[in-house]
Ligand binder design. Structure first.
Ligand code: GLN
Length: 325
């Protein structure tokens, strides 16, 4: 009997020591193959320069909290962060103001309406919704300390620190958005009328747009995400980029509002905090384990990348990453 128990204990300890890592590369390659030919969706066309991007681009990256990188597809292609920038601007104001002030000023409730809804601004008791719809995201930028130049330096340094590299603004996208973002200016003015904007509106809208126009590759994006997966710390420099107790605040808003009005369906199916952008990027976080980023320009009606959602969902399923399971 004793021998039997010892043998079982020995086998268990052996299997823990030699626990095999999942074959991340094979799973990513399979996700790429599965959805590469999925032609559903359309590029964002309300931003003319985004409509021009090759809709066949498709790329995936997964980075583990120990810094290992796995990629597939068009990993060299750069695309604008768009709404994914909102995640890192939120992280920034959490550091500057703390989570109580941020909740009071920006809120954290899903709006149940499109990301650029004027109606939501009028209907919601706090008028803003949360930091990931345009209203809240522009208000977030309005909160960041300093004058226009200082704000931009802070925003871009913050993005660069997460990415671990110097990111550039895509000037073509920035110009295209600036020529067509009267709607966002209207939202900001409306918030100002409600006393819910914290700097000059056109300055903050310009900076918000510039942050949305920052270009990344899918690997840059996964590197930015893995900091959140790794409790706010870079796996490469070991620098604590975001104070650990704010990480869960960021992930909570990603879970409830990261994919706009389909965030509930996403959470139900995939069970991961994520954030999408109309540039075709999507970033999902598995706390303590890894970040998955995907890029493909064609979007569904809500504004989320079709191939990106499919790929992340497939990978999350294969890796049993649903945080509610
Ligand atoms: N810059 C875009 C906008 O404000 C971002 C929207 C998005 O990615 N959902 O409309």
């Amino acid at each position: 009997m004793l021998i039997k128990i010892l043998l079982v204990a020995f086998l268990i300890s052996i299997s823990t020591v030699f626990a095999v890592e999942p074959d991340y590369q094979a799973i990513i390659d399979q996700a790429y193959d599965n959805y590469h030919y999925d032609n559903r969706g359309e590029n964002a066309n309300y931003i003319p320069a985004l409509a021009q991007v090759n809709p066949n681009y498709f790329a995936i990256a997964l980075i583990t909290v120990d810094g290992k990188i796995y990629t597939a597809g068009a990993t060299k292609v750069k695309f604008p962060l768009e709404s994914i920038s909102k995640v890192f601007n939120l992280a920034l104001v959490l550091q500057q103001f703390g989570n109580i002030e941020v909740l009071k000023k920006l809120g954290a409730n899903a709006t149940g309406l499109p990301f650029n809804s004027i109606l939501a601004v009028k209907l919601q008791p706090n008028h803003i919704g949360n930091p990931f719809v345009n209203a809240g995201a522009m208000a977030t930028v309005s909160m960041i300390k300093g004058n226009a130049n200082q704000k931009w330096t802070t925003i871009s340094n913050n993005l660069n620190t997460y990415a671990g590299t110097t990111l550039e603004v895509n000037q073509v996208i920035d110009k295209s958005e600036n020529e067509t973002n009267q709607h966002n200016h209207a939202i900001a003015k409306l918030l100002e009328a409600y006393g819910k904007f914290y700097s000059d509106t056109s300055m903050a809208v310009d900076l918000y747009t510039k942050a949305c126009s920052v270009d990344v590759t899918v690997t840059d994006l996964a590197k930015m995400g893995v900091v959140l997966a790794n409790h706010g710390k870079s796996p490469y420099t070991h620098k604590q980029i975001l104070q650990v107790n704010y990480v869960s605040n960021v992930l909570a808003v990603m879970a409830t509002a990261g994919l706009y009005d389909t965030s509930g369906n996403w959470l139900y199916k995939v069970g991961l905090p994520a954030k999408s952008g109309v540039g075709g990027g999507i970033l999902a976080i598995v706390p303590g384990k890894f970040a998955i980023a995907a890029f493909s320009p064609p979007l569904d009606e809500t504004g989320n990348s079709v191939r990106g959602q499919e790929a992340v969902q497939y990978i999350a399923n294969q890796l049993k990453a649903n945080i509610f399971n």
